[in-house]
Design a protein around this ligand. Sequence first.
Ligand code: SIN
Length: 490
Amino acid sequence: MTVRRASRIPGLQRDDLVRGEAFIDGAWVGAESRISVENPADGLVVGDVPDLGAGEATQAVTAAQDAMPGWQTLTGKARGQVLRRWSELMLAHAEDLARIMTAEQGKPLAEARGEVAYAAAFLEWFAEEARRVNGDILTPHASDKRLTVLRRPVGVVAAITPWNFPLAMITRKAGPALAVGCTMVVKPSELTPLSALALARLGQEAGVPPGVFNVITGQAAPIGDVLTGDPRIRKFTFTGSTAVGKMLAARCMATVKRVSLELGGNAPFIVFDDADIEAAVDGAIASKFRNTGQTCVCANRFFVQAGIHDRFAAALAARVGGLRLGPGLIGAFDQGPLIDARAVAKVRAHIADAVGAGARILTGGQSATVGPLFFQPTVLVDVRPDALVNREETFGPLAAITRFETEAEAIRMANDTSTGLAAYVFTQDMSRGVRLSETLECGMVGLNAGLISTEVAPFGGVKESGMGREGSRYGLEDYLDLKLVCANVA
Ligand code: SIN
């Protein structure tokens, strides 16, 4: 059954990019039972999607399984051409995609435009890589043997993707998966399914064959059970919280799936006395306040050396105090709403805990008047190392500063966490920069840089921040199995 709804998102060139159906086996699939999608900026419903369950998830897996032989036997060049067309269509419809994203996720329109370009870049990058999935010939261990190592697509891929980057977290997985010949079932967050479905629509127009890329909407639990349990799925990839990631990964082990996890972070942002203060403040704004503090690579713990502490804190507070808050579809703002009331409560709890233990608020600290999910971007100083904000990821617009004296102290505090995704270091002493880059326990270091994400570099963490890497040539490996052919030539 097909259910079409008129778009409730203003200013679109193409209303048909707002889909009210899931996408399975190249067909649009509706359902009576619906999930409403709300704009967090004002709580208004901007669309609705089918509330599908285990039966439809299983159908999607069957479609992906059936599509696998045809897709994997295409040449890499042919698969790359489809991915390239898809990327080009994303860019051609960038404004519509950005508006859909802002409407359901809340990020400022400028950031949504940035994410569309970022997301399209993953398809473009992996379109180019599709032709370079080469194997190896090894020097044999015996004169009558020949050893060849093939790199084969791992099989059907299932992806569960988050609300904070509704397009890029899908294309960062779909790009490499489809490039090497895998097919895929994606379950987007129920908070932001419209971007995923618009992406599927453009994929269909780009010529992605039926069954190769499926998007299933609905509640996480029944669909998640299929995606982690169905033995036909050979690779499971998840971006989200560490707690959920651990649970999903454990379920995948019953059928020994390959698993990639991109989980929580608690990134330290370390500013040394010799830092360029302006660059450090720019980096802090970019890292901490991107997506209103809702990225897993957001700076979470600011460690600032005593000699520069007061100047850095004052300069950061002045910049943060000037950030403009508002609904992204209505004006040019720097910060949007948080995703839901729980997110607001967490920011509030982290502030209360820190202030209760002696921290001072330099700017912000309260809900904003714009709407219930808007929170004033906040800077705290005199935050104790053991404060809640230093122990858990805030995922909100709160910069909490802790003072330190020595490099050893900064490293000890920075590494004192169970996660290790990103870390940021600001210093003009390059020897120190190299030392810290090597010593910090994390998957990515921004050295005098607050924005580190790009399709050409590996993205991922160590410790409980996950496993595997996304983006770049390293990102292909997670979708490939090595196969040895040992030929007897006697
Ligand atoms: C994330 O928050 O999960 C991704 C952020 C990024 O790609 O920069």
